[in-house]
Design a protein around this ligand. Structure first.
Ligand code: ATP
Length: 530
C-alpha cells in the first residue's frame, strides 16, 4: 500500500508489526485499502489490554463513572445537532496534474504521488482552491436508498453518550458530578490517512464525558468556586470545584494513566490550545501529545465543552436535558438577593450568548435564556462537561514506538547480531509469560512444562514454545515483548536435589535469571507484572 517511507525507525516498526502479527494492512491479499488496518494475534491482545486498563481505571475503580456501549449507526439528527453534518470537514485541494486529493493544511508534509521525493506543496502540479470535505462516512438504512434513509457511521463515540445521558442518569443512580464512558469504533473518511495507524479511517476511541455543575450552581451551593492554585494534580474532587479544577483534574488523571502504562512524562507533551484555536463552545482544550518517530502528535484531547452538547440535543430533540439538583434549590433559597441576581444574570448571559450563536432570534434567545436562569433558581440546569477523548490505535502505536529497541549480541561464532526487544510495560504486554521445556525431545521435561503452562494459564496470557534452541525461544518472546520466560530444565526434575520443583525465570529487559519454586511462581509473577 502507498505509505510514504520517510522514516527509517517507522519502517522498522511497521515491518516488525507485520512480521510478528501485531498489525497488518486490511484486505492485504487484494492490495490493501488505504487507512484500514487489522490487528493480528499479538496486536489483538495488546489492544484488549489497553482497553481493559482504561475501562478499569476510568469506570471500575471509581464510584462516579458508568459505562455505555451504544450503536455505531444512530439517528442522523444526532449529527445535525452535534454540528458534524455542517462543519465536520477538512479543507481539501485537488491536484489537476496527478488527480490526487490532499488536505490543504498538510501539503508540506504529504509526498507527491508522482514524485515521492517532493512534497505536494513543492511539486509543480496545479492545485484547486481548498474546499471543505465532510469526513463522515454515509450509508443507508433499510431497503430504500434515498435522502430519507441516509445515515452516518459515527465519527466519534461521544455523541451517543449525550444522546443517552438521561437514560443513564435515571438508571445508574448517579448524580452530577458524574461521568459516562464508552469505548468503540469511530469512522472518519480522512482525506490522507498516513503515519501507519496514526490517521486511520476506521479506529477506536475511549471517551469519557464527565458532567459537572455549571459554575453558577457551584457558587450558589459553596459560596465560591475553587480554581487551580497552580500546575499539577489538584487531588481528590471537592464540591467547590468549578470547570477549571475539573479540567485540570482530568488532564492530570489522563497523564497518570499514560505513565502507568510505561509512557513516562518526558515522552509526552501537553499542548494548551490557544483561545483562537478553540471551538466556539469550548472553554479550554489540552492535547496530550506523544513524541512519535514522525513528530510530536496528539494522543488524546481533553476539552471543557461547557453545556453545548446537551443543550444542542435538547434543542434538536425537544427532550429536556436538564437535571434537578436539590442542594442547589435549597442553597439558592438562602442566598441574599444581590447574590441571586448576580448568579441569575451570569447564567442568563451565558445561555443567551449560546442560543444567539446557534441562530435563535434575539427575542427567542432572550426568552429561552430567561427561562433557563429561572430554572437555575429552582435547582435545574443543563450539566457542563469535561471530555477526555483518546484514540486506542494511537495509544497502541505510541506503546509500540516506545517499546521498540534494538540490541546487538555476538553469536556463537563471534558475529554481531542485532535483534529487537519490545520493552512493553508488563500491564500491556500481549503475552505475560513464555513457558519452555529446555529440550523438546525429553518427554519428562515436556510433561512438566505443560503442567506449569496449565498452572499459569488461568491467571496470565501464556505462550508455550518447545521448538528451537532456548536462546532462539527467548529471542522470539523478546520480540513479542513478553516480560518473563519460564524454563523447565533437569534441575526442575530433581537432577540437583536442592533445586527440585523450581524453574528458571528470565527477565526480558535484563536477561537476568532467577530460580523460583513452582509453588511460588504465581505469586512471584503477580508481584512482578504490576
Ligand atoms: P486530529 O487533529 O489528529 O485529526 P482530532 O483533534 O480531530 O485529531 P478528536 O476529534 O479530538 O481528534 O478525536 C479524539 C481522539 O481520537 C484523538 O486524540 C485521536 O487519538 C483519535 N483519533 C481521531 N482521529 C483519528 C484517526 N483518523 N485515526 C486514529 N485515531 C484518531
Amino acid at each position: 500500500m502507498a505509505e510514504p517511507k520517510t522514516n527509517v525507525l517507522m519502517e522498522k516498526i511497521v515491518s516488525l508489526c507485520k512480521r510478528r502479527g501485531f498489525i497488518y494492512p486490511s484486505s492485504e491479499i487484494y492490495g490493501g485499502i488505504a487507512g484500514f488496518w487489522d490487528y493480528g494475534p499479538l496486536g489483538a491482545e495488546l489492544k484488549r489490554n489497553v482497553k481493559d486498563l482504561w475501562w478499569r481505571r476510568v469506570v471500575h475503580q471509581r464510584d462516579d463513572v458508568a459505562g455505555l456501549e451504544a450503536t455505531i449507526i444512530m439517528a442522523p439528527q444526532i449529527w445535525k445537532a452535534s454540528g458534524h453534518v455542517d462543519t465536520f470537514s477538512d479543507p481539501m485541494v485537488d491536484c489537476k496534474t496527478c488527480k490526487g486529493r490532499f488536505r490543504a493544511d498538510q501539503l508540506a508534509e504529504t509526498p507527491c504521488p508522482q514524485r515521492p521525493s517532493k512534497m505536494v506543496s513543492e511539486c509543480h502540479g496545479e492545485k484547486t482552491p481548498p474546499r471543505p470535505f465532510n469526513l463522515m462516512f454515509t450509508t443507508h438504512v433499510g431497503p430504500v436508498q434515498d435522502d430519507s434513509s441516509l445515515a452516518y457511521l459515527r465519527p466519534e463515540t461521544a455523541q451517543a453518550i449525550f444522546a443517552q445521558f438521561k437514560n443513564v442518569l435515571e438508571t445508574s443512580r448517579q448524580r452530577v458530578p458524574f461521568g459516562i464512558a464508552q469505548i468503540g469504533k469511530a469512522f472518519r473518511n480522512e482525506v490522507t490517512p498516513r503515519n501507519f495507524t496514526f490517521r486511520s479511517r476506521e479506529f477506536e476511541q475511549m471517551e469519557l464525558e464527565f458532567f459537572i455543575r455549571p459554575d453558577e450552581a457551584v457558587e450558589a451551593i459553596c459560596g465560591h468556586v475553587a480554581t487551580p492554585a497552580g500546575p499539577g494534580h489538584p487531588g481528590e474532587p471537592q464540591p467547590d470545584w468549578g470547570w477549571q479544577m475539573w479540567h485540570q483534574y482530568w488532564v492530570e488523571e489522563r497523564l497518570r494513566f499514560y505513565e502507568s502504562l510505561g509512557l513516562s512524562r518526558d515522552t509526552l507533551e501537553e499542548y494548551w490550545q490557544k483561545p483562537e484555536e478553540l471551538a466556539h463552545y469550548a472553554r479550554a482544550c489540552v492535547d496530550i501529545l506523544f513524541k512519535f518517530p514522525f513528530g510530536t502528535q496528539e494522543l488524546e484531547g481533553i476539552a471543557a465543552r461547557s453545556d453545548f452538547d446537551l443543550s444542542q440535543h435538547q434543542r434538536f430533540s425537544g427532550k429536556p436535558m436538564t437535571v434537578f439538583d436539590e442542594e442547589l434549590k435549597n442553597a439558592w433559597a438562602k442566598l441574599p438577593q444581590e447574590k441571586q441576581d448576580a448568579l441569575w444574570r451570569r447564567y442568563f448571559e451565558a445561555r443567551r450568548a449560546y442560543l444567539a450563536r446557534m441562530g435563535e432570534t434575539a427575542e427567542q434567545a432572550e426568552a429561552l435564556a430567561r427561562a433557563d436562569a429561572d430554572g437555575l433558581a429552582r435547582g435545574w440546569y443543563v450539566p457542563h462537561v469535561i471530555e477526555p477523548s483518546a484514540g486506542v490505535d494511537r495509544l497502541i502505536l505510541a506503546l509500540l514506538c516506545h517499546a521498540y529497541s534494538e540490541v546487538t549480541d555476538t553469536d556463537a561464532k563471534g558475529k554481531p547480531e542485532t535483534r529487537v526487544i519490545l520493552r512493553f510495560h508488563p500491564s500491556v504486554a500481549p503475552i505475560k509469560v513464555g513457558v519452555f521445556p529446555l529440550l523438546k525431545n525429553r518427554p519428562e521435561l515436556v510433561a512438566r512444562a505443560r503442567e506449569v503452562r496449565d498452572l499459569l494459564r488461568p491467571r496470565f496470557t501464556v505462550f508455550y514454545d518447545e521448538t528451537g534452541s532456548i536462546g532462539r525461544r527467548y529471542a522470539r518472546q523478546d520480540e513479542a515483548g513478553t516480560p518473563f520466560g519460564v524454563t523447565i530444565d533437569f534441575d526442575t526434575l530433581g537432577e540437583t536435589p536442592a533445586l527440585k520443583d523450581t524453574v528458571t525465570v528470565r527477565e526480558r529487559d535484563t536477561g537476568r535469571q532467577e530460580r523460583v519454586a513452582i509453588a511460588e511462581l504465581i505469586g512471584w509473577l503477580e508481584a512482578h507484572l504490576r
